[in-house]
Design a protein around this ligand. Structure first.
Ligand SMILES: O=P(O)(O)OC[C@H]1O[C@](O)(CO)[C@@H](O)[C@@H]1O
Length: 522
């Protein structure tokens, strides 16, 4: 079955939602709660160690029914099956989208199994210190060199699972910022460091530049011969990797049916695997697979990714919210927002639909956020009293990992209190308008048992599927990223002008002025 290509605004459900929105827009959630004692029991999903409470949203039961009708009308079920069945749903790149196959231990592709085995063997040798560097010393530091999908996922997961981490120090180099590269090099020794160059295409300017600088530094301190013990690559472009000087035995696989921002489950996650050990890495994958099964089999009204996606379409297209915030109440998820920004905005930041037509409705939302309670002391003022409506996802964990009960109680108290205050509001506008909170500000609360490799796998997969559902409903291709190409091409032309000091080669007068100014500072 090919991927459906239905303009959502032409559906009967969309038209009904428009009428329904004008009738319900002004309703206050506090009233909805007061009038319906069963609201929470009908607006929650309990699944494994996850509890999603979506009752604090500006929706009635009818809204949810209409949104579910929309999902049916755009043939979401067909789209899900098309993805899982490996159809080339990434049409503009003519590729299948099968990151779910990377974590399907029940029917695993032989090449995936082989890749995992290679990761296990390699990481175990590094962790057990049987693997030695060129002077016979064990590896103490890992440096992951990659950018975008070849960096954000691995770095986020490594940090999120630092409780499960071994002694290895893991560093990440991504930006083409030589100062940052040198700051990392200052911390490591060539004798005891393993460099993992991660690039699906192996053509990315940042990764190639950083890897070359690191390689030169290494050869200067060690030797060309020692490269084979200290550099490995993860890529689908073996030819380019070998040209760079990394031998076939040191290449870990990557496939064109795995998109960069969905690739942490493959050898792109080698730094994670080395940092937490293969067993934990496998648990991460198994958690994601559980969510894959939930997503594929649960009816839409009980399906976490589907419900979250539908709610976001509601806010984005009817309330016209431009942005949404993610607030995890654990410092372990500090990098989760950075990771999701790429996953969400690179996937759904599109203005052309699946038929190639310009879109007249809203697509990808701007995603932002930070960890609570830090975020409360930074931007919550705007969430509570600003002029913008920002739907928030609060992500909390019942237990802390070190058993710090007092802290955990306070974290959870703050999390729950914020969702309630945003909903309820307080004060009397007539008495003191500055201290008045109108409330009626929506949020989802996701309560998870605790941060484990498995629960993190579930959480990431939940958002991956949410992104796909949003794309299906909005009739866009979520798995390409043509929008990043123009900037890359322009940077290459600009670099030639900067490197050769050819101001005349720059077309735009503003850019020309910048280059002239740069030269004045020489
Ligand atoms: O793994 P690669 O090929 O170096 O690409 C890195 C990243 O660059 C992008 O193409 C965007 O520029 C991402 O989609 C990708 O994750």
């Amino acid at each position: 079955m090919p991927l459906p290509k239905i303009n959502p605004t032409t559906t009967a459900a969309w038209k009904k939602l428009e009428a329904h929105f004008s009738e319900t827009e002004q309703l206050h959630m506090a009233t909805l709660f007061a009038e319906d004692a069963s609201r929470v029991s009908k607006m929650k999903i309990e699944w494994e160690d996850f509890y999603l409470d979506f009752s604090k949203n500006r929706v009635t039961h009818e809204t949810m029914e209409l949104l579910l009708e929309l999902a049916e009308e755009v043939q979401l079920k067909t789209a899900i099956e098309a993805q899982y069945n490996g159809e080339h749903i990434n049409e503009t790149e003519d590729r299948a989208v099968l990151h779910t196959a990377l974590r399907d231990f029940d029917s695993m592709k032989p090449e995936v199994k082989k890749g995992l085995q290679q990761m296990q063997d390699f990481s175990e040798k590094i962790i057990s210190t049987t693997y030695k560097g060129y002077t016979g010393k064990p590896i103490t530091d890992i440096v992951n060199i990659g950018i975008g999908g070849s960096h954000l996922g691995p770095e986020m997961v490594t940090e999120a699972l630092s409780f499960y981490k071994n002694e290895l120090n893991v560093h990440y180099i991504s930006n083409v910022d030589g100062d940052h590269v040198h700051e990392v090099l200052k911390k490591i020794s060539p004798e005891t460091t393993l460099f993992i160059v991660v690039s699906k295409s192996f053509t990315t300017q940042e990764t190639r530049t950083n890897a070359t600088t690191v390689r030169n530094w290494f050869v200067e301190k060690a030797s060309e011969k020692a490269i084979s013990k200290h550099f490995v690559a993860v890529s689908s472009n073996h030819k380019a990797v070998k040209k760079f000087g990394i031998t076939t035995e040191n290449i870990f696989p990557m496939w064109d049916w795995v998109g960069g921002r969905f690739s942490l489950w493959s050898a792109v996650g080698l730094s994670i695997c080395c940092s937490i050990g293969y067993k934990h890495f496998e648990d991460l994958l198994k958690g994601a697979h559980k969510m894959d099964t939930h997503f594929r089999t649960a009816q839409f009204s009980e399906n976490m990714p589907v419900v979250l996606a539908l709610l976001s379409v509601w806010y984005n297209n009817f309330f016209k919210c431009q942005t949404a915030a993610i607030i995890p109440y654990t410092q372990y998820l500090k990098k989760f927002v950075d990771y999701l920004q790429q996953a969400v905005m690179e996937s759904n930041g599109k203005c052309v639909d699946r038929n190639g037509d310009l879109i007249s409705y809203e697509t990808g939302m701007i995603l932002w956020g930070n960890t609570g309670t830090n975020a409360q002391h930074a931007f919550f003022q705007l969430l509570h009293q600003g002029t913008k409506l920002v739907p928030c996802d609060f992500i909390a964990f019942r237990e802390s990992l070190y058993g710090a009960t007092d802290h955990q109680n306070k974290l959870l108290a703050n999390c729950f209190a914020q969702t309630e205050a945003l909903l309820q509001g307080s004060g009397d506008e007539a008495v003191d308008s500055h201290k008045y909170f109108k409330g009626n500000r929506p949020s989802n609360t996701l309560l998870i048992h605790k941060v484990t490799p498995e629960s993190l796998g579930k959480l990431i997969a939940l958002y991956e599927h949410k992104i796909f559902v949003q794309g299906v409903i909005l009739n866009i291709f979520s798995y390409d990223q043509w929008g990043v190409e123009l900037g890359k091409r322009t940077a290459i032309e600009t670099l030639a002008a900067i490197a050769n000091n050819e101001v005349s080669a720059i077309k735009n007068v503003s850019t020309k002025g910048l280059l002239q100014k740069k030269n004045e500072f020489r």
